[in-house]
Design a protein around this ligand. Structure first.
Ligand code: GLU
Length: 322
């Protein structure tokens, strides 16, 4: 197995960076343009507390869909698994993440899963708080504890762009109101969703979220358990089956550990018991996944033997006679 070092990560980045040329930068995001197409950065934090980083690891980008796992954790805390999955399904979906047709075809009372836009908007309606401000503050408090980064903030510019380009998400939300899936204030659910998408993070912050999931949901500074293990299991299983949009099956096979991507080119990876991985690579494919970042995740899985279904580890040992 490859030893995890900064030098190895530098090589892994250089091997994966060329894949950026097959992707496109999402121009709806402020400050996203052709000049950042080739950015690629990674941070890995092991459960032993070692930290490795390479490439453009200090670039801050919006969370976009990686926020969906934080939202899901809060909704599970607030309402429990049964109630959450009465509102949203837990099945993977073959359509694009912002698909409307799936809302009619699967089950007229709920979206497929919490990792697609409709599902995440329905989940944001389940985050408790009297006002959107209070609900978003809870989201930020939780995120700051998970990442141990008090400086995290939402970008006003990204938030404005999310609202200005939110016609599809509004359609999804109002459709869900018509079917009775969204019973609370639709505009508030959308507003919270737009804000959660607009929080700026760098590779280290994304890696901390992955580490949080990999290390039992602890606040690593205080040792406080922030979320019960049964909710973590649920979140990781949903990431595995639906976290990489409609390429999730591919990533389950080729990476083999829970990941969540966002259209900003962010990826959170969580190798249970081993490490959290944060990747930034703004060029994305048609399905919404970072092209260079996805290549890097698959390379890391192979080289560091992160695939959870990796019986090859046992086979290799047997061949060596160990
Ligand atoms: N702001 C994007 C949207 O709601 C986020 C989607 C994503 O990252 O998948 O369409």
């Amino acid at each position: 197995m490859q030893e995890l070092t900064n030098d190895y990560l530098v090589e892994a980045i250089e091997d994966s960076r060329p894949f950026a040329s097959s992707g496109n930068v999402n121009m709806i995001i402020p400050e996203y343009d052709e000049t950042i197409r080739d950015y690629l950065g990674v941070t890995i934090i092991t459960t032993d507390g070692e930290c490795f980083a390479a490439g453009d690891n200090d670039k801050f980008i919006p969370m976009q869909s990686t926020s969906k796992i934080i939202g899901l954790m809060l909704a599970l805390q607030d309402f429990g698994k049964e109630r959450v999955f009465q509102t949203v399904g837990m099945e993977p979906m073959g359509d694009f993440f912002n698909s409307i047709s799936q809302l009619e075809s699967y089950d007229t009372s709920k979206p497929f899963n919490p990792m697609i836009n409709a599902g995440a908007i329905a989940v944001s309606a389940l985050i408790k708080g009297q006002t959107v401000d209070k609900r978003f503050n809870r989201y930020m408090d939780f995120l700051r504890k998970v990442t141990n980064n008090e400086q995290l903030e939402m970008s006003e510019e990204v938030y404005e762009a999310e609202k200005a380009n939110g016609a599809r998400n509004r359609s999804l939300a109002y459709f869900m109101q018509s079917t009775g899936t969204l019973v609370t204030d639709v505009e508030e659910a959308l507003d919270l969703y737009f804000r959660m998408n607009s929080v700026m993070m760098c590779c280290h912050d994304f890696a901390r979220v992955g580490l949080f999931l990999a290390k039992g949901g602890l606040d690593l500074e205080t040792g406080e358990k922030l979320i019960p293990s049964h909710h973590l299991r649920t979140v990781k299983a949903i990431m595995m089956t639906s976290g990489m949009y409609n390429s999730s099956g591919h990533y389950a096979v080729e990476a083999g550990f829970p990941c969540k991507s966002g259209v900003s080119g962010s990826i959170i990876g969580s190798s249970p018991g081993r490490m959290g991985i944060g990747v930034v690579g703004p060029a994305i494919d048609k399905k919404g996944n970072s092209t260079a970042g996805g290549a890097l995740i698959k390379k890391l899985s192979q080289d560091l033997e992160l695939n959870m279904f990796g019986i090859e580890n046992t086979e290799r040992k047997n061949e060596d006679g160990i």
